[in-house]
Design a protein around this ligand. Structure first.
Ligand code: AMP
Length: 185
């Protein structure tokens, strides 16, 4: 093996670099003007997914419950919860859960939406909860998830996302909620 094969610390890609390399940017989806971040290739890659979950699990460590926003946030939240040994909660899109539900209407980058959690049979009072989503755009979704969980009595300690789109001001919109992002685009 020659020196050409030696790997130095600076050759090891950061999590942010891995995310950028495995994100598919799709112009004008789901509507004109939106640059959609498709994280499917990232999640399907064994090493990349492990690196993403390691980084998010470190951020979420100490939580009692990891709450992911359907559907991509829930996918990631379940993996983090399995890594940390916590509970997991999927914050659902409207119409998926049987009644009664707690719901929040909100605006996101590409239009209005509603999220829900069960109003019965779920005891969140006093739990330290970390919210997970794939992409933070305008912050409408994260803000609504935060309100929903706090209405249910949870103590939302922070939020973490895989990709933040800083130009859309989501972090400012959800202040004072503490937001951690693994990458910015
Ligand atoms: P927002 O509420 O505007 O912060 O939008 C965040 C939610 O919508 C997340 O659940 C994302 O999955 C989705 N989303 C918004 N914008 C994008 C985008 N450009 N690429 C991928 N997902 C997005």
């Amino acid at each position: 093996m020659g020196f050409g094969a030696v790997t130095t610390a600076s050759d090891i890609p950061s999590v942010a670099q891995v995310i950028a390399a495995l994100t598919r940017d799709v112009a004008d989806f789901p509507q004109p003007g939106v640059q959609f971040k498709d994280l499917t290739p990232l999640f399907a890659d064994r090493e990349a997914m492990n690196a993403v979950i390691d980084a998010l699990a470190e951020i979420a460590s100490g939580a009692d419950l990891v709450a992911g926003i359907e559907s991509r946030g829930s996918l990631v939240a379940a993996a983090i919860a399995a890594r940390l040994g916590t509970g997991v909660l999927s914050i659902r899109k409207s119409g998926k859960l049987p009644p009664p539900v707690l719901r929040e209407d909100y605006e996101r980058e590409y239009g209005p939406a509603t999220i829900e959690i069960p109003a019965d049979g779920l005891e969140l009072a006093g739990l330290n909860v970390v919210i997970i989503d794939d992409v933070l755009a305008t912050g409408g979704t994260l803000g609504a998830a935060n309100r929903l969980l706090e209405r249910a009595g949870a103590n939302v300690t922070k939020a973490a996302v895989v990709v933040e789109l800083p130009a859309l001001g989501g972090r400012e919109a959800v202040a004072p909620l503490s937001v951690h992002s693994l990458s910015q685009a």
